[in-house]
Design a protein around this ligand. Structure first.
Ligand code: 5GP
Ligand code: ZN
Length: 114
C-alpha cells in the first residue's frame, strides 16, 4: 500500500468509487471520466506502479487480472467484446501510477492500430 497513491486510497475506501468487483487481490471500478459507455479499470490491490515494474512474482496476479477482464466485461453488458488498454510509464501516457487495465466498450470502438 502506498499512502498517497490515488488508487491505493480507492482500494482502502478513502476515496469513493463505483465498484465493479473485488476479491483478495484485485479491485475493479468504473473510470471517473469514461471514454465509452462502459469503461472500468482492474487494478491489483497491492501497489504496483506499472508493467515496467512487474516481475516474475507478479505473473499469476497479472494472469488472473487478464482472465477476469472478459468475465467482468460480460457482467457489464459487453457481450460483443471490449478493448483493454494498459498505459505504462510517462512514455505510454500513464497518468495514475498504480498499474491498471482499462476495459472499454459498448460504443463505436474504432480500430486503434492499423
Ligand atoms: P491512465 O492514463 O493512467 O492510464 O488512466 C488513469 C485513469 O484514471 C483515467 O482514465 C482517469 O479518468 C481515471 N481516474 C483518475 N482519477 C480518478 C478517480 O479519482 N476515480 C476514478 N474512478 N477514476 C479516476
Ligand atoms: Zn497504489
Amino acid at each position: 500500500m502506498s499512502d498517497n497513491c490515488l488508487f491505493c486510497r480507492i482500494v482502502r475506501g478513502e476515496i469513493p468509487s463505483r465498484k465493479v468487483y473485488e476479491d483478495d487481490e484485485v479491485f475493479a471500478f468504473h473510470d471517473i471520466n469514461p471514454v465509452a459507455p462502459v469503461h472500468f479499470m482492474l487494478i491489483p490491490k497491492q501497489h504496483l506502479v506499472s508493467l515496467l515494474d512487474a516481475e516474475e512474482r507478479h505473473a499469476a496476479l497479472l494472469g488472473r487480472m487478464l482472465l477476469l477482464a472478459p468475465r467482468l466485461a460480460r457482467d457489464q453488458g459487453l457481450q460483443d467484446g471490449f478493448r483493454t488498454v494498459i498505459n505504462s510509464g510517462k512514455g505510454g501516457g500513464q497518468e495514475v501510477f498504480h498499474l491498471h487495465i482499462h476495459v472499454i466498450g459498448g460504443g463505436n470502438i474504432p480500430p486503434m492500430v492499423k
